[in-house]
Design a protein around this ligand. Structure first.
Ligand code: GLV
Ligand code: MN
Ligand code: MN
Length: 413
């Protein structure tokens, strides 16, 4: 293998130190000091690999290597380096390290590719700070909106635009991050599987064929705060009770839709938050996913119908829904998948075709580029938790595959 295990391990361990919650999993939210520290590390590693580095207007780090044919479309490799709250060290960084190591191998070998190559490190893929994920890739493909930058707030009430400004970025320039169609030829991302299939089947790498469609909603219920002891049960406008009914409803609607559809309420806040007051206000998120777009729609429509029913049942309740993020299911590029398959065989790796239940920047980049997504095993199938782990030699298998594939694509006529 041309990739080096020690460098891969060193990067993962170094990035793991930029963490707001040491000892309680990895928390690296966007536009925070930990983000800045990780970005500085990545930038230095990119520069050491001979790349020319810039930060795009929404915070994506881009390291570029010119090719011999300046008119050839870019071959891009990358992932994200933000994290969920109290997550692990591999979701995102595994793909960042892949980009860094690919750039280093090309640098070590003194290769000048035919196509220009870009190695990218994106942020807010998880949406853990502002609610709408896939931020870097949506910015690159023109899916971000001004409305979102102004309306999405973190837990402290800071908007995305305000946080960007405090971080030294100009949110008014967000459209300048958009890459025109045709400029990027292919995009490769390595990610940990985050599920049990590779480990349980003893397969070294997964080549992803489809990524689920995702619908993220924010639901706000306005009821009425009242005395919990004196307000009769039939005279209440209990916002939490309505949220609880909708939470159960999402669960049931996803089960009913079948076909691998899942539905989750993962974040909820309520006011005033006192044991002796009927909750007057609740805000919560709904995350619906399915390999089938019609199933996502079915759950969303059923949920809207249930919301109408609840507000008719109790006219003291007002329920507002805001769409945070929506992506249709994506089938990844057949040619890139074929090159991955060939390179996997050439490297002597065992591979299998997979579908992804997690969202990835790769699915967004499919708007403007030919995309390939590679999975490596997750220990025990665990992810989005401190236990998340991939053995470094298993990670190296995937890095090797992406590195070979990127070089093959960058040499294509
Ligand atoms: C990212 O991990 C997502 O699938 O939401
Ligand atoms: Mn991820
Ligand atoms: Mn994730």
């Amino acid at each position: 293998m041309k990739t080096q295990l020690e460098r891969i391990q060193r990067d993962i361990e170094a990035l793991s130190a930029f963490n707001a919650t040491p000892g309680q999993g990895l928390t690296r939210l966007s536009f925070t000091p930990e983000h800045a520290q990780a970005a500085q590390y990545i930038q230095q590693a990119m520069e050491a690999a001979g790349l020319k580095v810039r930060t795009d207007p929404i915070g994506t780090l881009i390291g570029r290597l010119e090719g011999t044919d300046p008119t050839a479309p870019v071959v891009m490799v990358g992932s994200h380096f933000d994290s969920v709250k109290h997550g692990g060290n591999f979701d995102g960084p595994a793909g960042i390290v892949t980009a860094l190591e690919t750039a280093r191998v090309i640098h070590d070998e003194g290769i000048t590719p035919r196509h220009p190559m870009e190695f990218v490190a994106m942020i807010e893929e998880e949406g853990a700070r502002f609610g709408s994920g896939l931020f870097g890739s949506r910015g690159m493909t023109g899916r971000l909106t001004q409305e979102e930058l102004a309306s999405n707030h973190d837990d402290q009430g800071i908007s995305t635009a305000q946080a960007m400004e405090a971080f030294g970025l100009d949110p008014a320039r967000y459209r300048d991050a958009v890459r025109p169609k045709g400029e990027i030829g292919s995009f490769l991302e390595l990610h940990i599987e985050q599920g049990p299939i590779l480990e349980s089947t003893g397969t070294q790498v997964g080549i992803v064929e489809t990524v689920v469609g995702i619908c993220n909603l924010e639901i706000t219920i306005e009821g009425r705060p009242d005395h919990a002891g004196t307000t009769p049960m039939d005279m209440r406008a209990d916002a939490l009770l309505a949220a609880a009914k909708l939470t159960l409803f999402v669960n049931q609607a996803a089960i009913q839709a079948g076909n691998g559809t899942v539905g989750t309420v993962g974040k909820l806040s309520l006011l005033p938050g006192s044991g002796n007051i009927v909750p007057g206000w609740v805000q919560f998120t709904v995350d619906v996913r399915s390999p089938r777009g019609d199933c996502v729609n079915q759950v969303r429509e059923a949920l809207f119908e249930e919301i109408r029913r609840l507000t008719q049942e109790n006219d003291q309740l007002t329920i507002k829904v805001r769409t945070l993020m929506e992506m249709d299911p994506v089938t990844l590029d057949p040619h890139v998948r074929q090159v991955l398959q060939e390179q996997g065989e050439a490297a002597g790796l065992t591979t299998r075709t997979m579908s992804s239940g997690a969202g990835h920047d790769a699915m967004v980049m499919a708007d403007i580029a030919h995309v390939g997504l590679v999975f490596v095993p997750s220990k025990g199938g665990r992810s989005h938790c401190p236990e998340e782990w991939t053995d470094y030699n298993q990670l190296q298998n995937g890095v090797e595959l992406v590195c070979r594939t990127a070089m093959a694509l960058a040499a294509e006529e």
